[in-house]
Design a binder for this molecule. Structure first.
Ligand code: NAD
Length: 268
């Protein structure tokens, strides 16, 4: 049976767990020729390599570093001959910390770390993948967030970093046209183990540590009353990578958040 992504070659960053891992699984189902999974979690990548054998290569690396991206693109070309879609997804959270809870030093350290992962990591991927994507007339897809548009989706650093992702996907859509499409998926609260920053001592803290409590809390935030799973978003990454189904779509953010933007002002 033909898949939507037959014969395409992809890179996914932050592929070891959560939303990235669900995208890998779905891209595999949709027939990709090969996929390069990038993450700093070596164990998570090993389990992906076992699951997908010949069709996957892994790069253990930090998305803050140019070499991780350079190596991912070189691996895609060497192992699978081309690159059609690059998914920037690795990210960290700030657990809703307001500005008033920072000192000047902690703000500088946390901002350097969070922005380097959530924003610089996405730009480095774009820079590394541009040439190969231009050759294939492929696409870039970024994991943005409901926090790319809403003030309440995190603290000041996370919200502003995800707003920045919207700006960079729109600007890159302009710069990379007419050859490469650039779009984003904006998940709302999703049941993953999204972590915080080392600089705030939150590298081991996870968003969904108490799954039941998280599910109940997230479901209250959107009209569809959904606590989303990573798999709920994966099809949108397929759609945006599909030349057949989204050939004319670029510079767009598709929110996948249970309708946060249409919540009532008065209770209903
Ligand atoms: P997750 O922690 O399960 O996945 C993130 C992955 O990125 C992990 O495998 C982690 O090891 C990797 N990673 C983090 N920093 C890295 C670095 N410096 N270098 C290499 N790899 C790194 O969490 P998730 O929720 O699946 O997060 C994926 C993306 O989704 C993030 O960009 C996040 O901001 C975004 N997002 C999450 C939610 C949510 O509620 N979970 C909502 C909106 C957007």
């Amino acid at each position: 049976m033909a898949g939507c992504l037959d014969d395409q070659v992809a890179i996914v960053t932050g592929a070891a767990t959560g939303i990235g891992r669900a995208v890998v699984a779905r891209y595999m189902e949709e027939g990709v020729r090969g996929l390069v999974a990038v993450d700093r979690d070596g164990e998570g990548l090993e389990s992906l390599a076992e699951a997908y054998a010949d069709r996957i290569r892994t790069v253990v690396g930090d998305v803050r570093e140019w070499t991780s991206h350079e190596s991912a693109v070189a691996t895609a070309r060497r192992a699978f001959g081309r690159l059609d879609v690059a998914v920037g997804n690795a990210g960290v959270f700030d657990f809703h910390r307001p500005l008033a809870r920072y000192t000047p030093d902690s703000l500088v350290a946390a901002m350097d770390e969070l922005y380097a992962i959530n924003v610089r990591g996405y730009l480095l991927l774009a820079l590394a993948a541009r040439e190969a994507l231009t050759e294939s007339r492929g696409s870039l897809v970024y994991t943005a967030s409901v926090a790319s548009q809403e003030a309440g989706g995190g603290g000041v650093l996370y919200v502003s970093s995800k707003h920045a992702v919207l700006g960079l996907l729109r600007r890159l859509a302009l710069e990379f046209a007419p050859d490469v499409r650039v779009n984003g998926v904006g998940p709302g609260g999703t049941l993953t183990q999204l972590r915080g920053t080392e600089s705030l001592g939150q590298a081991q803290r996870t968003l969904g540590a108490d799954r039941e409590a998280s599910a109940a809390r997230i479901a209250q935030t959107n009209p569809l009353r959904l606590a989303q799973e990573p798999e709920d978003h994966a099809g949108l990454y397929v759609l945006l990578a599909s030349r057949r189904d989204s050939r004319a779509v670029t510079g767009q953010l598709i929110l996948s958040d249970g309708g946060v933007g249409v919540r009532p002002i008065a209770p209903f």
